[in-house]
Design a protein around this ligand. Sequence first.
Ligand SMILES: [Zn+2]
Length: 243
Amino acid sequence: MADKDLVFKKSYKCPICDSNFKNLTVKQGKAYRESVDFDLKVNFRNIEPLKYDIIMCPVCGYGALERYFERVAPRQRKDIIDKKCQTYVGTDDDKDELTYDDAIERYNNAFVCSEIKNSKNSEIGFMSLKLAWLYRAYSKSLPLEDVKKEELWQKERELLFKAMDNLEVARLKEQSPICGMDDATLDILLAGLCIELEEIDTARKYINSAMMNRNVSVGIRNKIYEFKSTLKRIEDEAQAENE
Ligand SMILES: [Zn+2]
């Protein structure tokens, strides 16, 4: 089934220019969960919902993740109008589905808006994580021999670092829940990112923090065990190399 059969046009009101507009959104219950990656990215069998996560006003160009779309302070609104909308030249809003490249453009536009808004680290970190995952999905959608894969992988890694840096600052400075995640989930996400990015000591710190937390779900508890055994394996391998 093509994306266009799984999405619909949902109505929004822009908090910047007050226009009513429609934005493609994945229909409820239409994405079939298939697997979960090491760093908690959920993969779906029939669609990549991350492509549709940025809401963008076709009239003034303001865009953000849905969670943050309406949260605009008066000062931020004024800055977006001055620095974004004045030069924005409208977009073709008639697509019935988005390609990976369309989606990347929307994320990049949302990053520009978040810079103008001077967004919190949590918003920038969460968006970096989602875009990193989108690059991963894009790469997976291409045939093995495609030369573009290397470039997409570089982008993914760059964004995973950006996500980790921003989410670490958010964890210290902002109030929980961060991006809708409870403390243990955020710790486990950060641990997963650290392992992926080979920052093993920091990964251990987050795993220990998650272990101290009494309110963890079974899913997070399983992740803690998984990550602990991954770290053990990495340590054993390092030791074997030294011998
Ligand atoms: Zn607008």
